[in-house]
Design a protein around this ligand. Structure first.
Ligand SMILES: [Zn+2]
Ligand SMILES: [Zn+2]
Length: 346
């Protein structure tokens, strides 16, 4: 067991091979730190649907390594070393990190819309990720992880909570709103958890996996529908959140909306989808994409989950924890959909 605060020359690193379609746990040299970066001793890194897309080779134009890659963009840990220009307050701090690294200079960064940055880098995609013992991270990606939130739950703040929170900020919360969340994977579930915490009551889910149907009922007390029985939802829903990337689900969501309803797209769709544009116009449906989050929003949701009750609710979104040496098993479990959030623990 390595001691905290002691820096070693090498690190455990889980490397995914695109050709072999499997992970190798290797001993890598510790990366050299730049003046605006910190070295984070990773304590937890979560698996994300985006990783499955990367592993299938769907995002190769953005991936830094064409043969191998260290995945992982949702992470927590301790800051063990800081570059020359980095604020000393970070040294030894518990942190969670943003998946996205904004440039800080473009027009979007300047107005606090960092997730729309023109030149953003992404951990575990455009540069090495957090499924390793250490991660090099620019200071701009760090957020303080409150003591009350454990490392595994904190890894949800990185991307799952932030994605859910950013999407919810796109709408006006009204107590009479009726919601439909397409998919109750980690992001869908977390949208439900957040809506509940924010006082919203009428939450419905569209889900086909029996396991995920079960957790949606248990965690959210939501009505869960599938393709076959979703017809009763027709023209009853005020806001639909799509987390599936499935055109079929999107169509059900679209037809479930009332006049003036909103459809927020968070899921990754691999190809363009068809929607009835005439209906969209007549019924004044608003469709909006949602991606990433701003630093301002990070401060807001961190505060929300500092309350013990809320962070315990969030922790229930995690169904499985694996040690990093079991990374293959973790991804097998995650891609089976018989799980909630899956987290790797160091
Ligand atoms: Zn993610
Ligand atoms: Zn930028």
């Amino acid at each position: 067991v390595r001691k905290l605060g002691e820096i070693y020359k090498n690190m455990k690193n889980s490397v995914y091979s695109f050709r072999e379609k499997r992970f190798h746990l290797v001993d890598s040299l510790l990366p050299k730190i730049k003046s605006d970066e910190v070295l984070v001793r990773i304590k937890a890194s979560a698996l994300c649907g985006t990783d499955l897309h990367i592993m299938k080779g769907e995002l190769m134009d953005k991936v830094y390594g064409k043969k191998n890659i260290t995945l992982g963009h949702e992470w927590t840990g301790f800051v063990e070393k800081i570059g020359k220009k980095v604020n000393k307050k970070w040294l030894g701090k518990r942190v969670f990190g943003s998946p996205h690294i904004p440039c800080g200079k473009c027009k979007y960064c300047k107005i606090g819309k960092e997730s729309l940055c023109d030149h953003q880098a992404i951990f575990g995609m455009t540069r090495p990720g957090a499924h390793a013992e250490y991660l090099l991270a620019p200071e701009s990606t760090l957020f303080t992880l409150p003591d009350k939130i454990d490392f595994a739950t904190g890894a949800l703040l990185s991307d799952t909570v932030s994605t859910a929170y950013h999407a919810i900020k796109k709408i006006e919360l009204k107590s009479r709103n009726k919601y439909l969340i397409l998919g109750s994977g980690p992001v869908g579930l977390t949208i439900g958890v957040l809506l509940k915490i924010l006082g919203q009551k009428n939450i419905n889910i569209l889900e086909k996996s029996p396991y995920r149907t079960g957790i949606a009922k248990k965690l959210l007390g939501a009505n869960v529908f599938n393709e076959k029985n979703s017809l009763v939802l027709r023209r009853t829903i005020d806001v639909v959140f799509d987390t599936t990337g499935s055109e079929k689900a999107l169509e059900i969501g679209f037809h479930s909306l009332v006049r003036g309803g909103q459809l927020i797209i968070i899921g990754i769709h691999n190809k363009p989808f068809m929607l009835d544009s005439l209906r969209l116009m007549y019924r004044e449906i608003a469709i909006m994409g949602s991606f990433g989050y701003s630093h301002q929003e990070a401060a807001e949701f961190t505060k929300l989950f500092c309350q013990g009750k809320n962070s315990r609710e969030l922790a229930r979104v995690i169904s499985h924890k694996f040690s990093i040496s079991k990374v293959d098993q973790a991804y097998k479990m995650f891609s089976s959909h018989n799980c909630g959030k899956v987290v790797l623990i160091n």
